[in-house]
Design a protein around this ligand. Structure first.
Ligand code: NI
Length: 259
């Protein structure tokens, strides 16, 4: 059984067909999916999608969306999360300096990241962290504002040397489509070196479709390409890799598979 720990069935690209995609995924052995929010609308949609069996959600504000979304409305949603057992994390949250070079705006990203870590701690939920071209600041914030229930570094792209520092802060490491790309040296290194007890897998659909589907619209069914590549890199049985990443996800998010 596979668990896609990061899949945007709530995106404009997938939301209108999420039921179909869930059915498809289940037919392909992907029985569990976690859907993270990234702004107000996508977080609101999560509440609908998690009515499906074995589909879980997270809500949060992703740094790239800060200027485009209704932050007050989103923060009100955090109160609703308290009442809903299938909201199992706060995310995705974090820092993105790839698209944001303005220092003042980077400061705002940091502020909102910290605020949402504090909310997660209050709600006793783990966090899902997005970090792009900002790994040192991400680490510094997590180190000074510890996520009490841990979390996951989503689509971790390095450096490999920092993997254990994040694990020490209670973070899991999640790998997605890039680990299958031929030129993706760092994700492959991470896949080989990471402590298996802290590894999750994800699609990040509709983005980052794995090789050989690179460039197409990604879907949760494609998680098998990620699992197969990592099993190969680690020279282990696919089934064992599936089982351990599933167990890790259930542990981190405090959930069970419902028969
Ligand atoms: Ni995402």
């Amino acid at each position: 059984m596979l668990f896609d720990s990061h899949c945007h069935l709530n995106s404009d690209e997938l939301f209108f067909k999420y039921k179909e995609l869930i059915k498809d995924a289940k037919n392909n052995g992907v029985e569990m999916i976690l859907v993270p929010g990234y702004d107000f609308i996508s977080s609101k949609r999560v509440f609908d999608i998690i009515k499906e069996k074995n589909i879980f959600g997270a809500i949060g504000l992703q740094p790239e969306e800060i200027e485009k979304t209704d932050i007050d409305a989103l923060f009100k949603l955090f109160n609703e999360a308290k009442e809903n057992k299938k909201i199992v994390a706060i995310g995705e949250i974090g820092l993105d300096y790839h698209w944001e070079k303005d220092e003042k705006k980077q400061e705002l990203q940091k502020e909102l990241f910290i605020k949402q870590i504090e909310i997660a701690n209050k709600l006793k939920l783990p966090i899902i962290v997005h970090s792009r071209d900002a790994i040192q600041d991400t680490y510094n914030i997590l180190n000074t504002h510890r996520p009490l229930m841990g979390g996951v570094m989503h689509c971790y792209s390095g450096p490999q040397e920092m993997v254990n520092s994040f694990i020490k802060l209670g973070m899991y490491i999640s790998l997605g489509g890039p680990v299958t790309f031929k030129n993706a040296h760092i994700p492959k290194l991470v896949a080989q070196a990471v402590d298996l007890n802290y590894l999750l897998i994800e699609t990040d659909a509709p983005y980052l479709a794995p090789h050989p589907l690179r460039g197409t619209q990604n879907s949760p069914s494609n998680i098998s390409f990620v699992a197969t590549e990592i099993a190969m890199l680690r020279n282990m049985k696919l089934e064992d890799l599936e089982n351990i990443t599933l167990k890790n996800a259930l542990n981190l998010f405090g959930i069970k598979y419902e028969d």
